[in-house]
Design a protein. Structure first.
Length: 629
């Protein structure tokens, strides 16, 4: 008989290990159970590393957020990723939260990315959260920033598969969280290298590709006070105590500034796209109250070089017709009435008196008395990309170009340029030569060379059939009376003329140097632009009228608007001048005035037929492979 003794040491250790494993496992189960109970979501922290990396792609720039700010009513659709930038100091402790405003939709996923790395490098994901705030909301809490710089929050949904309206907030949990970056820090981004002089262009030191690259940089660049952002005027309403004096509502014709970079408002649908309602601007207001301004939604900046060329050729046609009428009136000694058309578009009549000099323009339609077709701005009041860019820099960023300052020194206009005592620094921020002629040329060339919107037809045969039927319906309803499908283009060479006479012109061929996809010649050598616009102004009825006249375009009635091109419209929701229409169907039904018959025809269609029209309009998009370029 063998007496039992103490078990071997190896057996004892194995038993203790099993007990410890059981205890730890039980504690883990309890912890996870408590965590899930607190979060009230069984799918907490579900995102994989691969899904997180994917969430960094195709981010829509929603501008900046500052510590202590909470931004509400942000609409997120399936597949979207929203980026918000902020500056943080090393050691700062922050809290960021993304909260669905109704029923846990969207299923929030929030990422914090570090400062930009080198050229071509993506930002590093520092931390993220899926469900820590409960009810499918996301919370990044008590995170300490590793270095001073520009950080980015990405607000999206789990696997980018849900949408809804959310609020994002950023709070500081330490004594100090952010200091504005110094100019020396900004120089590291290459901004100083964009300050081209006219001599650089004259000597050919800037190729078209280089000009485009510089313009692209400037379009995305976050301007700072040391570079001229904002103003230092003390006599404006809601003064914030010095530069940059940011304001959501612009002050009369002077402007804001209401942003720090162009791409903030031009990102829906991809780079250079439109804006959502969150980035709507309020023009010509009292500087404080949104209801005082004229609300505008940012349009997509695609194919603008082609649009300027078309408008310029139409202008030449109209003016030549008047010149011919003058010659005829002078020879006959009788008054002559000329029916004005350009590229097949009727612009009313001009009556030329018997002396061949005086012209009665009371019969003109959709164009000003100067006969210049102006294709930019919702009201159609700007004729060139360069002036459009110049005005946007001033009103939205407070960046005053050398050209604008030169005009001001010759003919001061405090209402537009500011009441500063120095004509070379009318906005009183202590910065002169905020934007050189070379920079203005580069940014204008960049905008002129943006890609052409294209048809994106569905691969599914049934969907393609519906879109094709919708196009026929669109024409039959009468919509193409204003939204003319295509216009012929004679000369694709864009000339970027200087604002100041001493500087050189920059010439580019849109069909050879524009960003792809670009316009291609037909087999017969001709060029046609599928624009879906007549580049003419129309009365859209009282329902779409501005609350008051615009002081920037006082000659244009409140209810009159330029026919917006429909190319790319499938990727640029929301719609109409103030973004009031969330869908294409809503936009069509809001039409009135001259468009009332077409609108009534659409309203009478069965719902499925209406949807076919919308299916067609959705095919007017942009190349999916090039949305980021």
């Amino acid at each position: 008989m063998r007496l039992s003794g103490p078990p071997p040491m190896s057996t004892m250790l194995a038993t203790m290990a099993r007990i410890m494993w059981w205890l730890v496992g039980g504690l883990v189960v309890m912890a996870v159970g408590c965590l899930r109970s607190d979060q009230q979501d069984p799918d907490a922290t579900r995102a994989t590393a691969e899904e997180l990396r994917a969430a960094r792609l195709g981010v829509l720039d929603k501008g900046s957020i500052v510590f202590g700010e909470s931004i509400r009513d942000i609409s997120l659709t399936d597949g979207e990723r929203h980026g918000f930038t902020f500056y943080g100091s090393e050691g700062a402790i922050l809290r960021a939260k993304q909260t669905a405003q109704r029923d846990g939709n969207p299923d929030a996923l929030l990422l914090l990315l570090g400062p930009p790395g080198g050229s071509g490098m993506r930002r590093e994901i520092l931390t993220w959260d899926d469900n820590s705030a409960g009810h499918r909301n996301a919370l990044i809490d008590e995170f300490r920033l590793p270095a001073s710089g520009e950080y980015q929050l990405i607000a999206t949904s789990y696997r980018q598969q849900s949408g809804g309206t959310y609020t994002i907030s950023l709070a500081c949990l330490s004594s100090q969280c952010a200091e504005p970056p110094s100019l020396d820090q900004r120089k590291l981004t290459g901004y100083e290298r964009t300050r081209l002089a006219g001599e650089d262009i004259i000597q050919g030191r800037a190729t078209t590709d280089e000009m485009f690259r510089i313009g692209d940089f400037l379009f995305d660049h976050h301007f700072v006070v040391e570079e001229g952002l904002g103003n230092g005027l003390r006599d404006l309403p809601g003064n914030r105590g010095g530069p940059p004096n940011l304001r959501r509502v612009q002050w009369k014709r002077f402007g804001g500034p209401d942003t720090t970079h162009c791409s903030r408002c031009h990102s829906v649908g991809g780079a250079d796209g439109g804006g959502d309602r969150l980035t709507d601007v309020f023009l010509e207001g009292d500087g404080e109250h949104a209801e005082s301004g004229l609300e505008r939604n940012a349009p997509a900046l695609l194919g603008l070089g082609y649009i300027e060329k078309l408008a310029g050729e139409m202008t030449d046609e109209l003016k030549e017709e008047v010149v011919s009428g003058r010659r005829l009136a002078g020879k006959s000694g009788r008054s002559v009435t000329v029916a004005l058309t350009a590229k097949g578009i009727a612009f009313g009549t001009a009556r030329i008196e018997a002396d061949g000099q005086h012209v009665d323009g009371s019969g003109l339609q959709g164009v000003d008395g100067d006969l210049v077709v102006k294709p930019f701005g919702w009201k159609g009041h700007t004729s060139t990309i360069r002036r459009f860019v110049d005005d946007a820099l001033r009103t939205h960023l407070g960046i005053q170009t050398d050209a604008a300052v030169a005009r001001n020194c010759q003919d001061p206009d405090p209402e537009i340029m500011g009441s500063g005592s120095d004509c070379k620094d009318p906005d009183g921020d202590g910065v002169t030569s905020e934007f050189t002629e070379g920079q203005l040329t580069a940014l204008s060339v960049y905008v002129a060379l943006t890609q052409l919107p294209v048809r994106v037809e569905p691969a599914d045969p049934v969907a393609l059939q519906r879109a094709t039927a919708g196009e026929s319906l669109f024409s039959g309803l009468g919509c193409t009376q204003c939204h003319v499908q295509q216009l012929p283009l004679e000369n694709p060479v864009h000339v970027e003329a200087p604002s100041m006479a001493a500087d050189p012109r920059f010439v580019v061929d849109l069909t050879a140097e524009g960003r792809e996809p670009r316009l291609q010649r037909r087999p017969d050598g001709r060029l046609t632009v599928e624009l879906w616009s007549d580049l003419k102004r129309h009365d859209m009825g009282p329902g779409l009228a501005d609350p008051r006249m615009s002081s920037s375009a006082p000659q244009i009635p409140r209810e009159v608007w330029l026919t917006p091109p429909l190319w790319g419209v499938g990727a640029t929701a929301p719609y109409l001048h103030d973004g009031r229409a969330p869908s294409l169907r809503d936009a069509i039904l809001a039409h009135g005035g001259e468009a009332a018959p077409a609108q009534a025809n659409f309203a009478r269609l069965p719902s499925d037929e209406q949807e076919k029209v919308v299916d067609f309009l959705r095919t007017l998009g942009r190349d999916p492979a090039r949305r980021g370029s």
